[in-house]
Design a protein. Structure first.
Length: 113
């Protein structure tokens, strides 16, 4: 199992960017990683929910929705399944997907290249 050090606003996510995707329910992400780090819309309303995750080896990953304001009239987090994975490299995706597989919650797409 991949050990998570913390899911917190204290995780340093500067210079992370899109490295992959995962198709999974909000509820399954909560089971795997706990409550999101933030559930407030960003200043530009491009992100509404985000998990900031740091693994024991120092790898940082973020899981977030992106620009979902135009996808439906009423956006409901419990119905949303198209999540972005951010990080500094593909290892962030590998670790997130490994945790979801380990918890048997996995419905993932291939990493972004």
């Amino acid at each position: 199992m991949i050990p998570v050090k913390r899911v917190s606003k204290l995780v340093k996510t500067e210079n992370t960017g899109l490295v992959g995707y995962v198709n999974i329910s909000y509820d399954h992400l909560v089971i795997a990683f706990g409550k999101p780090t933030s559930q407030r819309p960003s200043g530009d309303d491009k992100v509404r929910i985000i998990w900031d995750i740091e693994f024991e080896d120092g790898t940082v990953a973020t899981i977030y929705d992106w620009k979902n304001y135009g996808k439906s009239v009423k956006w409901v987090k419990e119905n949303f399944t198209e999540w972005h994975i951010g990080g500094n490299d593909k290892y962030a995706v590998d670790k997130v997907l490994a945790i979801l597989k380990d918890k048997r919650l996995m419905f993932a797409r291939l990493p972004f290249n």
